[in-house]
Design a protein around this ligand. Structure first.
Ligand SMILES: O=C1O[C@H](COP(=O)(O)O)[C@@H](O)[C@H](O)[C@H]1O
Length: 253
């Protein structure tokens, strides 16, 4: 789906998210959502905060997870958690027990991202239902950003994380994008989601989007390996869609 500008995209994704969460709650009583960091992901949360329709969601019955986290001290402004709280979570009545954060670098696991990753894998396992048939919940929606070089969550091209097939969460070191140490869901964990929504804006991402939609492999372009069990949605602004072959691009929304 292509929207004219990054602002329109953020507003449209916020509206789409309200509908999806309300539908999930109507069907099952609760909903699960994976949050992403990055400019577009946080802009969507800011739009949600301002949208009157946000109150259609019972936020106390939403399980919130993160696709990745910058491994920094609690409250650090660069943590995806800090940004998500400021953008939305501090403004809606979430149940703190259902806000499943990845541990900070000054938390109970100390400065050990492997321990933080292993602990988060246990959190995911505890949230999975028998019908999910996986040690990871079948998240209703997994929001993801995409980097200019094709990373998604904190799975970077040709990095050890992109080859991971067993673990659901890994520590990531020496990231090309700062900060260098992170904790991330792996591609198999992302593929447990019912729906994966890739949020991408700006000309800098156009080549990565075009490659992902033209059959690039996930080692070279991890975002190409981010797929939902039922649906994979690329939600783009016009600039990010600029190099996508015309056959994939419907008229502007
Ligand atoms: O560092 C990160 O970057 C990506 C993409 O961010 P963007 O600002 O280029 O949209 C994001 O998906 C990831 O969650 C975050 O940790």
């Amino acid at each position: 789906m292509v929207h004219g500008t990054a602002e329109l995209l953020a507003a449209a994704v916020a509206a789409r998210l309200v509908t999806r969460l309300v539908d999930a709650q109507a069907a099952r009583g609760s909903a699960s959502l994976v949050l992403t960091g990055g400019r577009t992901g946080i802009a969507v949360l800011e739009e949600l905060r301002e949208a009157p329709a946000r109150d259609a969601v019972d936020w106390s019955r939403v399980d919130l997870y993160w696709g990745d986290e910058r491994f920094l001290a609690a409250g650090h402004p660069e943590r995806n958690e800090t940004q998500a709280r400021e953008a939305l979570l501090d403004h809606v009545p979430v149940d703190p027990a259902r806000v499943h954060v990845m541990a900070p670098s000054d938390g109970e696991f100390g400065d050990d991202p492997d321990a933080a990753a292993a602990a988060y894998a246990e959190v995911l396992k505890a949230g999975a239902q028998p019908e999910d048939h996986a040690p990871v919940p079948a998240f209703d929606v997994c929001l993801l950003g995409v980097g200019e070089e094709g990373h998604t969550a904190s799975v970077f091209p040709s990095s050890p994380a992109v080859y991971e097939t067993e673990r659901s969460v890994v520590a990531v070191r020496n990231c090309p994008k700062p900060p260098p140490t992170r904790v991330s869901l792996t591609l198999p964990a992302i593929r447990s989601a019912t729906e994966v929504w890739l949020l991408t804006t700006g000309t800098g991402k156009a080549a990565a989007v075009a490659m992902a939609l033209s059959g690039a492999g996930e080692v070279q372009l991890p975002a190409a390996g981010a797929r939902g069990r039922r649906r994979t949605l690329w939600l783009l602004d016009r600039a990010a869609a600029a190099k996508v072959p015309g056959v994939f691009v419907p008229p502007l929304a």
